[in-house]
Design a protein around this ligand. Structure first.
Ligand code: TYM
Length: 342
């Protein structure tokens, strides 16, 4: 697919689920790199509230965390005057394109997706909604709706992006060149921040153990407590090694927060102890994240401003989405929006 005329800067698009607050993994693996991208590209950042309801979700918390997600993005440096920030459910094109793509997606391919397999085999899985199976199709629609050139995500989203590329190619093969096939852009450095309590699984919003996940809204005390009680390995050497997943995770977090290579940190902490390292890491995390938290609380208190930012973002997104959707509708033989009929 050729780039559309008049679109002269590469388009970056990415999203985040507004569930239970944004954590250190989201920040280091995603949001921080989005901030840099907005310098010289057109950017669309959205809150994936439709993805959030693929698991049971209380309505009031969803509304609260969606606005909280917007406030967090701005607090972390996304500039709403340069990037469009919007909410997925406010742009109906996401659901519309998802339906069409779903009709081009083999069931077996969705059943093999890791996230679906993980969640649908847990206890109580018979209650898992069909939305969870459909999740990757909606995600592909999110991306393909905008002819995105670049979709920056953490390592955990790789399989979803690969499926997106597949679906675009399959659609183009069936109907002729219609959808742009996006590039993969996995975050370098901290593409995968691991749980503080079990360094073999990624840090996640839904971890049952509250000590496992460091949220950007945590108080200084909570941050210190979580980092000091982070699971480490036997021994006391501050080294990144295959048999030291806990220390490796903490070193990578330190390295990403301080922008210092891990090797340099290993040299700096040689002959010290886990305790010394963890204390310094807690100081660093507090110094870096506390100012973001303060900005977050100020922004979150101004709901009028957040809604205004979202209204502007929604208009930009709707305009861009309409062009792709019109193309897709024509290709599949739909009559198109009523207003275009004679
Ligand atoms: P979500 O909300 O789980 O995560 C948002 C972003 O944060 C990254 N991330 C991490 N990076 C490093 N370490 C971690 N522990 C960690 N946890 C999360 C994710 O890779 C992601 O970049 N399905 C997506 C949301 C989505 C989306 C999209 C993204 C919906 N549609 C279209 C891009 C394009 C998700 O659940 O992300």
């Amino acid at each position: 697919m050729e780039r559309k005329q008049g679109q002269d800067r590469p388009l970056v698009l990415t999203g985040i689920q507004p569930t239970a607050g944004i954590h250190l993994g989201n920040y280091l693996g995603a949001i921080r790199s989005w901030v840099a991208l907005q310098e010289d590209r057109d950017c669309l950042f959205f809150l994936a509230d439709m993805h959030a309801i693929t698991v049971p979700m209380d309505a009031r918390s969803l509304r609260d965390s969606t606005l909280g997600g917007v406030a967090t993005c701005i607090a972390c440096g996304i500039d709403p005057d340069r990037a469009a920030i919007f909410v997925q459910s406010q742009v109906p094109g996401h659901a519309e394109l998802a339906w069409i793509l779903g009709c081009h997606t083999p069931m077996g391919q969705l059943e093999r997706m890791t996230q679906f397999k993980d969640k649908s085999t847990r206890p109580g899985a018979s209650l898992v909604g069909a939305g969870l199976l459909y999740y990757p199709v909606l995600m592909a629609a999110d991306i393909l709706l905008y002819d995105a050139d670049l979709v920056p995500v953490g390592e955990d989203q790789r399989q979803h992006l690969e499926l997106t590329r597949d679906l675009a190619e399959r659609f183009n093969a069936a109907h002729g060149p219609t959808l742009a096939v996006p590039d993969l852009h996995i975050s370098q450095g901290c593409g995968r921040v691991m749980s503080l309590q079990d360094p073999t699984v990624k840090m996640s919003k839904s971890d049952g153990n509250r000590l496992a996940t460091l949220f950007l809204t945590d108080s200084d005390d909570q941050m210190r407590r979580k980092l000091r009680s982070a699971v480490t390995d036997s021994g006391q050497e501050v080294l990144r090694r295959g048999d030291k997943p806990g220390m490796t995770n903490l070193l990578e977090i330190f390295s990403a927060l301080a922008c210092i290579p891990v090797e340099e940190l290993e040299a700096r902490y040689a002959g010290t102890s886990y305790g010394v390292f963890k204390n310094d890491l807690a100081d660093l995390a507090i110094a870096t994240l506390a100012p973001l938290r303060e900005k977050f609380f100020l922004l979150r208190a101004d709901e009028g401003y957040l809604l205004q930012v979202l209204a502007r973002g929604r208009e930009v997104a709707r305009r861009r989405a309409a062009a792709t959707l019109a193309r897709v509708y024509e290709r599949v033989g739909f009559l198109g929006p009523a207003k275009s009929l004679p």
